[in-house]
Each structure stands twice: as structure tokens, then as C-alpha cells.
Write a protein that binds this ligand. Structure first.
Ligand code: ATP
Ligand code: MG
Length: 409
């Protein structure tokens, strides 16, 4: 084990955007006679100078004591996964996952039975990758039990211990290996890990949809996620659990467009790019997507005519029918690179700058004009809406009412 002091890290209370609230949590644990150390993504990213997203904290206090420690410090505590040792601490409206040190008692590739411990090394040993097993204490010292610092520096995504055994304990680590490779590796796949993963790729479909979802969505927006998905397809990993997500060329195109158009990488849009037409539902089901994610994926992947970027009026009509977000998805997915890109740029400019308008009339307006509620009213309203759309949405409420009066005699 090596402890290395990082003077830059020592200042985390001031330099991390979530430093002040995080300090409240560490202080609360210390006041209760325990210790909290940062672990996982925040340590990795802090060491690399990357933006820190969520903060995970490991502690030698058991979960009941964590709850008491947080209560004593006046912090909100949510027992999110108390059986597995996880309590979410809320400080200044920011959530921190505080997890008691654990070791595995039993694993079956999908679930683990854990026991709590106060041994930091045991906890590090059950983590997947060496770069994920680094603890950063309150003074900014890195506690490195498995050579994670050197691997992080070298861009070497490597398992703690024997990769085959670690994957057999939890098959999700196969996907996590690819995700972290895509985000942190500089060279080829670790040879032992890719060999072990290849042998086990068909186990992926046994994992729960929720777990597959989380890793897949993160993988698709990882730094080199697009290229790594291509590798996974070539090696039959994608096929092993998501055989409908194989349109790699379209993923490459959409990701390049996101960069060119200065959009942030969007996991659901990238998934839609990969999807075979008509198979969005299979993907949504396999990954247990949320309702909103599924609806968006279906809208982008159900059979539909290619987006018509021929003229401004056609573009606006489609935005009106789809809404701006779905229209934006379709424009990127259907974009034809090369030949005449002017039309696609125009469509993109319009979807960004022209918010879908709302039809100015409602049923009650026609009732005021003397029409009775019922199917006829619905049909009239629809007719007027079509007239308004055909007029390129130019009519305001007054113009629409005038037209209604004219049509109703
Ligand atoms: P990020 O939050 O940026 O996605 P992370 O490394 O924090 O990355 P999490 O999924 O939040 O990833 O997990 C936090 C830490 O918990 C990991 O760094 C790792 O040490 C450990 N961990 C998470 N999932 C597993 C797993 N399936 N097997 C072993 N260790 C895991
Ligand atoms: Mg994390």
C-alpha cells in the first residue's frame, strides 16, 4: 500500500465545486469517531484535472452509525441502500453516497452478499478496477492498495486481481471495463481482461435491465465511447445483449454532428442512432428505459418518412407535428452528409431557433361562436388548425377567430 500526498488535492474544500457541502459530510463522520474518504469517480477525475461529477464517500462507520452521525450534524440522511451499506447524505441540497466499507461474502455474477468491515484494503479489493480503488482522505492523501495511481497515469484500465474471477463475481464488470476503457485508456484493451470478457460475453443478458441501462448509457457518451462500441460490435459484445443496436455508421455520423453543431453528447439519441428501424421497443425493454426515454427512442426509431428538409415551411410543419426535441433527433438521425448539406443546416437552425407555436384557438372559442360541444366541433377545430398550418402558422388569435367566423357563416 502506498500513501501519496497530493498538495493540489489537499485544497479540495475550496477547489471542488461541491467541496463545502462534502466537507460537512466528512466532518460529521469524524465527529462521530469515524472517517470518510472519497473514492471512485471523484478521485479519478480530480487526479486527472477533469470536472468532478458526483462524489462517493467510503466510511469505516457502519450504516446505523452513519445515520446517527448525519443526524447529529443536522444533515439529511436517506437510507437509499442501507442493506448494502449505502446512505445518501444531503448537504446544501447536494447528495453524497456514503457507503460503509464492505467485503463480499458470496457472489453469483448478478448479486453480492456483503459484510461490513473497518478494513480499507478489504474494501479496495472488492472494487472493480485499480483506478476505481483509490481513496482520497480529508488531507488530500491518496491511499493506493493496487497500483491504481500508476495505472491511471499510464491510461491502463486494469482489474484489481484476476479479471476472469472479478467478472464471474459480477458480470456487469464486463461492461464497466469497456466504459472505463472508453473514458480513461490510452492504449489497447488490457489483454487478460479482454480475453476473460470475450469468454463471458453471453452472460451480459442475464443482468438486470436497470444495471445494463446505466452502464450502456454512460458508455455511449464516454470520451471514446463511439469507437469502443464499434470494437464491442466487432467482438460480438453488443450482439450478446443488444443485438438491435448495430447501426454503427449512423452512430458515428450522429456523434460527429453533435460535435460540429456544438450539442452535448446525448445517450438516448446515440442509442436511437444505433437502433435498427422498428426495434426501439426491444432496446427500451432490455435496458428498462424510463417512460420518457422509451417514448423518445420510439419516436426516433419507428418507421417514418425521412425528415423533409426541402424548404422552411416543410421544416416548420414537421417541427409542429413532432415538437422541437424530437424533430432535432430526427434531423440528426436523417442528416445526409456530403452532397447538399445546406438544407440540413437550415433545418437544424430552424429547430434551434423556432419554438413550436401553439394553435391559438380552443373548443371554447367555437362554443362562443355558437357551435355545440361534440364531434362536429372537434372536426371544425381540426379543420381550422389545418388551415393555420397551411398558412405557415402566420395567423394570430384574431386572424384565426375571423377565419372561424367566416367558415361558420
Ligand atoms: P462515475 O460516477 O463517474 O460513473 P464511478 O467510478 O464513481 O464513476 P460508480 O458506478 O459511481 O462509478 O461507482 C463508484 C465506485 O464503486 C467505483 O469507482 C468502484 O470503486 C465501485 N463499483 C461500482 N460498481 C462496481 C462493480 N460492479 N464492481 C466493483 N466495484 C464497483
Ligand atoms: Mg460515482
Amino acid at each position: 500500500m502506498r500513501i501519496t500526498a497530493f498538495p493540489d488535492l489537499a485544497d479540495w474544500r475550496r477547489t471542488w465545486p461541491q467541496g463545502q457541502p462534502a466537507a460537512k459530510v466528512l466532518d460529521a463522520l469524524a465527529a462521530a469517531g469515524g472517517e470518510g474518504r472519497f473514492v471512485g469517480g471523484c478521485v479519478r477525475d480530480a487526479l486527472l484535472g477533469r470536472e468532478i461529477r458526483d462524489i462517493d464517500i467510503a466510511t469505516n462507520l457502519d450504516p446505523e452509525k452513519v445515520l446517527m452521525a448525519l443526524a447529529a450534524a443536522g444533515l439529511k440522511a436517506v437510507p437509499t441502500g442501507i442493506k448494502h451499506g449505502t446512505v445518501t447524505a444531503v448537504a446544501d441540497h447536494i447528495g453524497f453516497e456514503v457507503t460503509t466499507l464492505r467485503h463480499d461474502v458470496e457472489t453469483d455474477g448478478r448479486h453480492a452478499t456483503v459484510a461490513f468491515t473497518d478494513d480499507w484494503q478489504q474494501d479496495a479489493a472488492r472494487r472493480d478496477l485499480t483506478m476505481n480503488a483509490l481513496f482520497c482522505d480529508a488531507a488530500g492523501n491518496i491511499h493506493d492498495y493496487f497500483g491504481g495511481l500508476a495505472d491511471l497515469k499510464a491510461g491502463h484500465v486494469r482489474f484489481v486481481g484476476d479479471p476472469a474471477q472479478r467478472m464471474d463475481e459480477d458480470y456487469l464488470r464486463i461492461l464497466r471495463f469497456f466504459r472505463f476503457h472508453a473514458d480513461y485508456a490510452t492504449g489497447d484493451f488490457d489483454a487478460a481482461a479482454i480475453a476473460a470478457a470475450t469468454q463471458r460475453r453471453h452472460e451480459l443478458k442475464r443482468l438486470s435491465g436497470e444495471r445494463l441501462r446505466q452502464e450502456t448509457l454512460k458508455l455511449l457518451v464516454a470520451r471514446r465511447g463511439v469507437a469502443v462500441w464499434g470494437d464491442m460490435m466487432a467482438r460480438d459484445f453488443a450482439g450478446a445483449y443488444l443485438p438491435w443496436a448495430t447501426s454503427q455508421d449512423r452512430l458515428v455520423k450522429v456523434a460527429a454532428l453533435e460535435t460540429r453543431l456544438q450539442l452535448s453528447a446525448d445517450a438516448i439519441r446515440r442509442l436511437a442512432a444505433l437502433a435498427i428501424t422498428g426495434r426501439g421497443a426491444d432496446i427500451a425493454e432490455t435496458l428498462r428505459l424510463s417512460n420518457a426515454e422509451r417514448d423518445r427512442l420510439l419516436a426516433a426509431t419507428d418507421a417514418h418518412p425521412i425528415f423533409d428538409a426541402a424548404d422552411d415551411a416543410a421544416i416548420r410543419r414537421q417541427i409542429y407535428m413532432l415538437g422541437n426535441d424530437r424533430a432535432r433527433d430526427r434531423i440528426l438521425l436523417d442528416w445526409e452528409p456530403g452532397a447538399d448539406e445546406g438544407a440540413w443546416h437550415r433545418a437544424f437552425d430552424i429547430v434551434q431557433s423556432w419554438p413550436r407555436p401553439t394553435f391559438p384557438l380552443a373548443g371554447r372559442d367555437l362554443i362562443k361562436l355558437g357551435l355545440a360541444a361534440g364531434p362536429e366541433l372537434g372536426a371544425k377545430l381540426e379543420e381550422l388548425e389545418q388551415w393555420w398550418i397551411a398558412g405557415d402558422f402566420a395567423g394570430d388569435a384574431t386572424a384565426c377567430l375571423a377565419e372561424a367566423r367566416r367558415r361558420l357563416g
